[in-house]
Design a protein around this ligand. Structure first.
Ligand SMILES: NC(=O)c1ccc[n+]([C@@H]2O[C@H](COP(=O)([O-])OP(=O)(O)OC[C@H]3O[C@@H](n4cnc5c(N)ncnc54)[C@H](OP(=O)(O)O)[C@@H]3O)[C@@H](O)[C@H]2O)c1
Length: 348
């Protein structure tokens, strides 16, 4: 099995705390060989952690992409730069993994999908939640509950003042639509839509609770899926003291499925089977194991397979899939600006 040489663009928090450990865990597939960061001193610190030689700390994205040793770019930059990064990588024919959300605006997201549609070079969006074990387990469980009628999704929590991500200036003054609503919301939408399919339209109210968020930070909505299933989607961690709660309940004609993924290491799925209150054929809870990387390792393996096979169709986190998640956030914001009017989610 060949080892792919990776060049890191953007050596910030997530590159250091999650991507580098994942590359080390997957050393039979990847080797981090070079890096570039806007502030060079941070790239040099990262290089020490990653055993990158000094002459492989580059001064521009053009230089790192042009290095013949680099076979794949992993970019972890503020997402308003994703489109520029893709343009540079595709020009050089180098596969690139971008971090989520796909882009800062719908205009950029549209352009990114078009660019990647027109190229055979593999491009992956790092929505690691797309790769959760819980999704496979839920998909299996919902087969037991008959036709699906509706659902409720709620991911809410208390505002964390010491959140390491809050200190990044690009999050404090977000250029990406919805600030934290798109930053973390696309993960929730990835889980929801991977199990139940894409969202057709939404009616939402959003609000900014914390000035530190820089934009609206909670959303309460009703949504209609393309399959005609209806449900509610609630998201935000801007509240006062409360328990961290991420739950997803799916109602069918022959039962229901309840995922509680509030404890990320040990999500629990409860399956109830029966066609009415009097019929109780099953009430069983299983525990799903998610690893420490919470989908990132699986995301990397998925991209590895696509790059080795030179087949972009193998990628799970395609720009088109992830476009939908940002488009949902855009629809929440538009609906809220119209006092909750129903808004169709943009398709591309
Ligand atoms: N999948 C997940 O769960 C997850 C979790 C966290 C973050 N992320 C994503 O990872 C990315 C990085 O986030 P982070 O939390 O690591 O933020 P961060 O610590 O601020 O890192 C961003 C890095 O990008 C660099 N940068 C800024 N502007 C740049 C430009 N124009 N060109 C090149 N580099 C530039 C910054 O350099 P300076 O040192 O000069 O500021 C910084 O090192 C974001 O896209 C974020 O959405 C994903």
């Amino acid at each position: 099995m060949s080892v792919i040489n990776v060049g890191i663009v953007g050596t910030g928090i997530f590159a250091r705390d999650r991507h580098l450990p994942s590359y080390k865990e997957l050393s039979d597939k990847f080797k981090v060989v070079s890096c570039y960061n806007r502030t060079r001193s941070k790239a040099e610190e990262f290089a020490k952690l990653a055993d990158i030689p000094k002459n492989k700390v580059f001064n521009s994205i053009e230089e790192i992409v042009a290095d013949p040793e680099v076979e794949l770019i992993d970019a972890l930059v503020p997402v308003q730069f994703n489109l520029d990064v893709v343009k540079t990588c595709l020009k050089a024919g180098k596969p690139v993994s971008l971090e989520k959300p796909i882009a800062a605006t719908m205009q950029q997201a549209r352009a990114l999908v078009k660019l990647t549609d027109d190229s055979d070079v593999p491009v992956s969006i790092g929505e690691n939640w797309l790769h959760l074990e819980s999704i496979a387990a839920l998909k299996k469980a919902v087969k037991e509950i008959g036709p699906i009628v509706s659902f409720t999704y709620n991911s809410t929590g208390a505002f964390v003042t010491k959140n390491k991500y809050l200190s990044t200036s690009w999050r404090q003054h977000p250029e990406h639509i919805g600030g934290f609503l798109s930053d973390g919301g696309v993960h929730q939408l990835a889980l929801l839509t991977s199990v139940l399919g894409e969202i057709k339209s939404v009616s939402a109210l959003t609000k900014q609770v914390r000035k530190e968020s820089g934009a609206d930070d909670i959303v309460f909505s009703t949504v209609k899926l393309k399959s005609d299933v209806i449900g509610t989607f609630t998201y935000g961690s801007a509240f006062g003291q409360t328990n961290k709660w991420t739950v997803f309940k799916i109602y069918g004609l022959n039962g229901s499925v309840f995922l509680d993924i509030s404890d990320k290491k040990e999500p629990k799925i409860t399956v109830f089977v029966g066609g009415c209150a009097e019929e109780n054929l099953k009430n069983e809870t299983i525990t799903v194991k998610e690893d420490e990387s919470f989908g990132v390792n699986a995301e990397f393996v998925n991209f590895y397979q696509a790059v080795v096979a030179k087949d972009k169709n193998l990628i799970l986190g395609t720009p088109r899939t992830c476009f939908h998640h940002l488009a949902c956030v855009a629809a929440f914001l538009e609906s809220s600006s119209k006092n909750g009017d129903h808004v169709d989610v943009e398709t591309v």
